[in-house]
Design a protein around this ligand. Structure first.
Ligand code: GLC
Ligand code: MG
Length: 732
């Protein structure tokens, strides 16, 4: 199995992960790295590539610009560009995701390998993974990590408006992408039951989703048991020993009785962490104060007044309560700690003292801190809402309470502090069972089981759009050549020769792809093809190159659309041209497209006179455009980046089919730029006079002696795409 994982935002590298450097470089980054590395050690797995965005930005390390970083013998980080080199926060990536899809498809074509599955992490990469998986007809796996509907609900509760949430976080984009991922994923991997039932359950399609609950592993090398200091002191690295000294010293600044067990709390200064209830539980209970010290590590601060409003409020409350309950000498509220080595040491210091880890947050979706404390041998008290339920079920290393009731918190803490038996049981269970249930090895074993099932089933049960025939990604990837022809007056016009061409295309279908490039809009192109008895096709380039589809219009190429979007201002064009007396907007409104405005030219005026006037108006209006005249009467104004020729160059790049292997055939003005240049251009004998100029054009252009589809056949023979002569008698 060749597994492709995608995780786009934040800073990802194999060594010295910059955890917490910004909001985008958090738990997910560790998760995908550990998943990639561990997965690649299994025999079932041939290769794991972790795809992320390539960043070329002086503000961050040049490590993030390396296209390839090896993580192991079968494991790499692959960095592909999208949206330029600047490091962007995740909310800003949306406009560039289609570009990433293209880059990844090209990467796969270049490698000549098809992934067994594509797994997108978070809404942004889910969007990309879905499209890539669809292109290659392989399963799409999704993990949300955190979800937009959840965050939006919280923001609204906090008094935000929908507009503000959209403006700051692009909430709509995120939620739409998540809905889409959920309705298309063959498998959704989540960490806890709670996540599925409370977070994913907010989505339209959640009941049809193939969820698998596979908890992540934790880093056991960092969270080794507290008793290792007694058992194998020499093997512990200096990094931890020094962190221990620093933290012990830090705590001693606060506590009168340093020999007492330590109650440890560790969380961001966030209202939802409910720190007040914990201090109340401690402050109200003199017995508890006599039994143990309390340490609250609530983030890192220099000056409370320099923090954001909500953090300020939380910390001020802590100080006021400490004063109210007169907890001097009992409670420590240190100002800083690092997460690499100091956090594990804090768990171990607390465990060695016979203490307890306590987290009073209302909900913990996963509860990583509970697992880490358990792994170090420190029993915990925490909320019954969310992930901790799974943890207690699997590990039996702590006590769950209703955290809204401070007395319950106090009672649970006292139970663990006073019953050595309970404490020992929870501590030993934690050390042993976290190692059984929450390792990356255990995760990957289960992961492989789940994905094998979806990779194996020919039509995965949860796929909603089953593509017809061979997926276009695989097909386009296997071709050695491609014929792209105009429809009207080139492909169609003479029935007998069209039948001949169809036989030839059928004979060569394994190696020669077939597509059309037309001025028609999609539905009209499909209709023309069907009328000619053509039922399958590789690609349709419609509306004069402004739209690209695969199959009979089944899959639009979104990358192409998004690359046309910039600087396209159709209203400027309409404003500038609608008033010109010799131009009439084309009547059939379907000819007016997102990237195409089309007019008919008055017969009374010579194009040579009209066209300069049109250019003049458009230049005055500062429009970016591409003007194309066909048959001396159709005037198409397209996005400046679009034309049949540009669409073909885009296809050539994306699917790695050299231009010389693409034969193009046409008869009139809008075909011109796909015939010139490196493509194997064919002009049929019945061409419009406006094509005569091409006889002097650069690159290979073949003027056929024969008309319509016979002209195409003649051209294909001329370029050696098909063998000469043998087809003439082919008709029935
Ligand atoms: C087709 C389209 C029309 C376009 C013309 C030339 O007839 O329907 O909109 O102007 O081709 O490209
Ligand atoms: Mg034509």
């Amino acid at each position: 199995m060749y597994v492709q994982l995608i995780s786009l935002h934040g800073l990802i590298r194999g060594k010295q992960i910059e955890m917490g450097r910004d909001a985008d470089t958090g738990g997910q980054i560790r998760y995908v790295l550990e998943l990639a590395k561990t997965l690649s050690t299994f025999d079932e797995i041939d290769q794991v590539d972790l795809f992320t965005r390539q960043i070329r930005d002086k503000r961050v390390s040049s490590d993030y610009s390396e296209p390839i970083e090896e993580l192991g013998p079968k494991c790499r980080i692959v960095r592909l560009p999208c949206g330029g080199g600047t490091y962007l926060r995740k909310e800003k990536l949306w406009p560039f995701l289609d570009e990433y899809v293209d880059a990844l498809i090209s990467f796969n074509r270049e490698q000549g390998k098809t992934p067994a599955l594509v797994h997108g992490h978070y809404a942004d990469a889910g969007y990309v993974a879905r499209d890539v998986a669809e292109a290659f007809g392989v399963p799409f796996v999704f993990t949300g990590h955190s979800l937009g509907r959840d965050k939006l609900a919280y923001l609204l509760e906090e008094g935000w408006s929908n507009e503000k949430a959209n403006h700051e976080f692009n909430m709509d984009k995120r939620i739409t992408a998540e809905e889409n991922s959920l309705s298309n994923a063959d498998l959704v991997v989540v960490s806890t039951n709670h996540e599925r039932d409370h977070q994913y359950a907010r989505y339209e399609n959640w009941q049809n989703v193939n969820f698998q609950i596979v908890p992540p592993g934790i880093e056991l090398e960092r969270f080794f048991p507290y008793y290792e200091y007694d058992l194998s002191y020499d093997q512990i690295s200096d990094e931890f020993k020094q962190a221990r000294v620093r933290m012990s010293h830090e705590l001693s600044r606060f506590h009168f009785h340093q020999d007492r067990p330590l109650l440890l709390a560790l969380c961001r200064p966030d209202k939802r962490k409910n720190i007040g209830a914990l201090i109340k539980a401690y402050g109200e209970d003199k017995e508890l104060q006599a039994l143990a010290n309390l340490a609250v590590f609530a983030g890192i601060r220099k000056d409370i007044e320099a923090l954001g409003d909500s953090e300020q409020a939380v910390l001020t409350d802590i100080l006021l309560m400490m004063d109210r309950y007169d907890l001097y000498g009992h409670i420590a509220i240190p100002k800083r700690h690092d997460s690499e080595s100091e956090v594990p040491e804090l768990y171990r210091i607390a465990a060695a003292s016979g203490g307890v880890f306590v987290n009073a947050a209302f909900v913990e979706p996963f509860g990583l801190t509970f697992l880490e404390s358990s792994a170090a041998g420190l029993p915990f008290v925490g909320t019954q809402n969310g992930g901790p339920q799974d943890i207690v079920k699997n590990c039996e290393s702590g006590i769950l309470v209703n955290v809204e009731d401070y007395e319950q918190i106090g009672a649970a803490l006292k139970k663990l502090l006073t019953s050595r038996e309970d404490w020992e049981r929870c501590s030993t269970n934690g050390i042993n069972k976290v190692r059984e249930h929450y390792t990356w090895e255990a995760h990957c074993k289960r992961y492989i089981e789940c994905v094998t099932e979806v990779v194996g089933s020919a039509t995965p049960p949860f796929v909603q759009t089953v593509p017809k025939g061979e997926p276009h990604g695989k097909r386009l990837g296997s071709l050695s050549g491609l014929l792209i022809t105009d429809i009207d007056n080139t492909l169609v016009g003479d029935d007998a020769s069209l039948e001949n061409l169809k036989l030839i295309l059928d004979e060569y279908k394994e190696t020669l792809g077939f597509g059309v490039a037309t001025g028609r809009y999609l539905e009209s192109a499909v209709e023309a093809l069907k009328e000619s008895g053509i039922e399958t096709i590789d690609t349709i380039i419609s509306s004069v190159g402004t739209e690209i589809y695969y199959g009979m219009g089944d899959f639009p190429d979104k990358g192409w659309a998004s690359s046309l979007r910039s600087k396209w201002r159709p209203e400027r064009i309409r404003n500038a041209l609608d008033g010109l007396p010799f131009l009439f907007l084309q009547e059939d409104e379907k000819t007016q497209r997102e990237f195409k405005v089309s007019y008919d030219l008055d017969e009374e005026i010579a194009p040579a006179e009209a066209i300069p006037l049109i250019h003049h108006e458009l230049t005055k209006a500062k429009a970016n455009y591409n003007l194309i005249l066909s048959h001396g009467t159709y005037v198409d104004i397209l996005s400046s980046r679009a034309s049949k020729g540009k669409a073909i160059r885009y296809l050539s790049k994306k699917w790695k089919i050299p231009l010389a292997k693409i034969a193009t055939a046409g008869d009139s003005g809008n075909d011109r730029d796909m015939l010139v240049g490196k493509t194997a251009g064919i002009v049929v004998a019945n061409h419009d006079p406006e094509m005569e100029g091409l006889r002097r054009a650069s690159g290979p252009i073949y003027f056929a002696q024969r008309e319509y589809a016979e002209g195409i056949i003649e051209g294909l023979e001329h370029y050696g795409f098909i063998k000469e002569g043998v087809h003439e008698e082919g008709t029935t």
